[in-house]
Design a protein around this ligand. Structure first.
Ligand code: AMP
Length: 288
């Protein structure tokens, strides 16, 4: 499955990509993450990208395209990928088209995560990521909790950091750049019949369910967990089943005791259709 996730900063592309990685098992390719890594490692690419990133502008196309070409050529991307934060303008979208055509790997879908701009600013203010494993959290909408509060890299609680470009001034510029350069991609992919728009202004789980439905990915399949956690989940899953069985038995007993309490569906199923009644009356009168 080859997917592009489109959406403004703070629309949840990173969080939803991570969830898709867990459910579909294909890599997330985030140009923002790759660029931040290059900056942190102090490479030439990172040095060239840093200024634009710090001010909220787009990094030069040639740098981003070189990085994407290299990443899509890696073996794990042959099974598919989720592009998060790329393409960001029409030139990048055309270049991606050409690249995927050469690789004979066309896109399957482009999903636009739609969120109101005031909500975007609120979400960005709460956004934190783990300095060690890079996992993205939101103090307001998806804080670390349960088994997910432990960093898989260090075994200690996540070390939460705020991105340097998540400050007020840079965020305003990033949102402006999104409207000017990235928003036109919605029409670009709509014209190609690839676009799906989902309302992403809901709880994280609900957005995942909508995304899964749009992409036809089994929504409720739990991500792979440790055996202990799986046993706990199985136990929790059995409980409602028991409750359900008890409720069904109670309903059956009640309907036997009082036929009036049959559900509407049962009543409809048992009641003869109007046409059948008329037919029966006609047959009766002919016999008379
Ligand atoms: P993100 O993590 O996707 O919000 O990206 C953070 C910053 O990295 C952006 O504000 C841009 O400066 C830069 N960046 C990320 N992806 C791209 C891209 N596809 N093209 C140009 N610049 C990008």
């Amino acid at each position: 499955m080859r997917i592009v996730l489109l959406g403004a900063p703070g629309s949840g592309k990173g969080t939803q990509s991570q969830r898709l990685v867990e459910r579909v098992g294909i890599p997330q390719i985030s140009t923002g993450d790759l660029l931040r890594e290059a900056v942190a490692r102090g490479t030439e690419l990172g040095r060239q990208a840093k200024e634009a990133m710090d001010s909220g502008r787009l990094v030069e196309d040639s740098l981003v395209l070189g990085m994407i070409r290299e990443r899509l050529g890696e073996p794990d991307a042959r099974r598919g990928f989720i592009l998060d934060g790329f393409p960001r303008n029409l030139a990048q979208a055309h270049a991606l088209d050409r690249l995927l055509e050469a690789l004979k790997q066309p896109l399957d879908a482009v999903v636009q995560l739609e969120v109101d701009s005031r909500e975007l600013v609120r979400r960005i203010a709460g956004r934190r990521s783990c300095a060690d494993c890079g996992r993205v959290f939101n103090l307001l909408t998806s804080p670390p909790s349960g088994a997910g509060a432990v960093c898989p890299k260090t075994g200690a609680p996540h070390r939460l950091m705020q991105r340097p470009d998540d400050n007020e001034a840079t965020v305003a510029e990033r949102l402006r750049v999104y409207d000017e350069k990235t928003r036109p991609l919605i029409d670009f992919y709509r014209a190609r019949g690839l676009l799906q728009v989902i309302d992403a202004e809901a709880a994280v789980d609900e957005v995942t369910a909508r995304l899964a439905q749009a992409l036809r990915v089994p929504a409720l399949r739990a991500p792979k967990r440790a055996a202990g956690a799986r046993r706990g989940a199985a136990k929790r899953a059995r409980k409602p089943a028991k409750k359900k069985a008890a409720a069904t038995a109670k309903r059956t007993r009640a309907s036997r005791a009082s036929p009036k309490r049959r559900s509407t569906r049962t009543r409809r199923a048992k009641a003869p259709r109007a046409g059948a009644v008329r037919g029966a009356r006609r047959r009766k009168s002919t016999r008379r």
